[in-house]
Write a protein that binds this ligand. Structure first.
Ligand code: ADP
Ligand code: MG
Length: 362
């Protein structure tokens, strides 16, 4: 899979920009505020149907403009897809795939997979349990539409049950308003658990393998998933019943896949508690390598790797080693403030499959 071209109109600081990418290493360089991350954001938007920077898409419309457009051309073997996003000032938006309107995220996710490495992604190893749940939910969504659909139903039911909990506590509404959701919640929860257990097992195997293959010395990574409660539908329903009083008091449902824990062990210690900066950095890169392999294994597509400010902010000594470990045969798009610095670190985008762009400040 590769991104051939991206064109933006009235998007962030870009009035208009069109960038063409080669199948190898692509560098976008320029000063702070020149719009490098925004270009990556545009690619990501067409790959996932949402931004990695904001939940409010309207923020990306250039201030003072009526509408913005992003058009991307993606290549899959001999096939090409054109994806467009059109966002109006009044909030209306449309995603268009090969000239036909589509609903958005559900249809886009997995079509042109992209793996992002940016300093912000460090929340995967450093952040709260919810950050890891979101990360793995997204990875699993790329490879399974069934997972997306179950997750959407589960989340909707959970919201309704939580709203009912509050109504029972405040308006004296009947308890049956809450328990009416338990069956659907437990059934969808069970589906999520089954998929998570299978996927995390595979992911963990890939992670151990990349850690073994790409680290000097002997880094042993262990990814552990602890499902929150019981795994059968009936046991989960029983627990929901038993914790009903507590749930009403707290105003939210205290058990289910939305409470699962993912932990990462680094040479036998909990990375989140004991990891050094360097250990977090290397683990993040290895997780992303495992992600790229996981996606390829399930979808048959080699994802595009996008690296935002990684080498500057995270200060890897030899960036070329990180790049070649990530995937020699994968398209890579890198941003940097200084191309000389990048070249010093061993990244030299001068092959026939490579490109480099300089974004100037207007
Ligand atoms: N909606 C918007 N309209 C106009 N300018 C914006 C908008 N959103 C962000 N910007 C500006 O776009 C610039 C580019 O940001 P960014 O892509 O993060 O640059 P870089 O990654 O090169 O540092 C920033 O200076 C920011 O203030
Ligand atoms: Mg940036």
């Amino acid at each position: 899979m590769s991104v051939k071209e991206i064109a933006v109109h009235s998007f962030r600081n870009h009035d208009q920009a069109r960038l063409k990418f080669g199948p190898g290493v692509n560098v976008i360089w320029g000063g702070n505020g020149s719009g490098k991350t925004s270009i990556l954001e545009a690619i990501y938007l067409l790959a996932y149907g949402r931004s990695f920077r904001t939940r409010r898409l309207l923020e990306t419309l250039q201030i003072g403009r009526e509408q913005m457009n992003i058009t991307g051309i993606f290549e899959q073997g001999k096939e090409q897809n054109q994806i467009q996003l059109n966002q109006l000032h009044d909030g209306r938006k449309r995603f268009i795939l090969n000239e036909k309107p589509i609903s958005g995220a559900r249809e886009l996710i997995g079509l042109n997979p992209v793996v992002v490495l940016s300093p912000e992604e460090q929340i995967i190893t450093k952040g709260a349990p919810g950050n890891r749940r979101s990360y793995f939910d997204q990875v699993f969504s790329v490879v399974s539409k069934a997972y997306v659909d179950t997750l959407v139903s589960y989340t909707r039911t959970l919201k309704q049950r939580n709203a009912a909990l509050v109504r029972v506590a405040t308006d004296n509404a009947p308890v049956s308003m809450i328990t009416a959701w338990d069956d659907t919640l437990a059934k969808n929860g069970n589906k999520i658990w089954r998929e998570r257990i299978q996927y995390i097992n595979e992911f963990s195997g890939l992670l151990q393998k990349v850690a073994h293959d790409f680290t000097i010395g002997d880094v042993k990574l262990c990814l552990q998933h602890t499902p929150d409660t019981a795994l059968t539908i009936d046991e989960h329903k029983k627990i929901l019943g038993q914790s009903l009083k507590n749930d009403i008091r707290r105003g939210y449902t205290g058990s289910g896949p939305h409470r699962d824990i993912y932990e990462i062990g680094f040479n036998g210690e909990d990375l989140r508690k004991f990891g050094s900066q360097g250990e977090h950095k290397i683990t993040m890169v290895l997780i992303k390598m495992a992600e790229a392999r996981f996606i390829r294994k399930h979808t048959g597509k080699g994802p595009t790797i996008i690296l935002d400010d990684l080498f500057a902010k995270l200060d890897f000594q030899r960036s070329d080693q990180v790049l070649s470990a990530l995937g020699k045969d994968l398209q890579t798009i890198i941003t940097a403030t200084d191309i000389i610095d990048l070249e010093k670190k061993g990244v030299n985008p001068s092959g026939s499959n490579d490109t480099s762009y300089h974004l100037g400040l207007n």
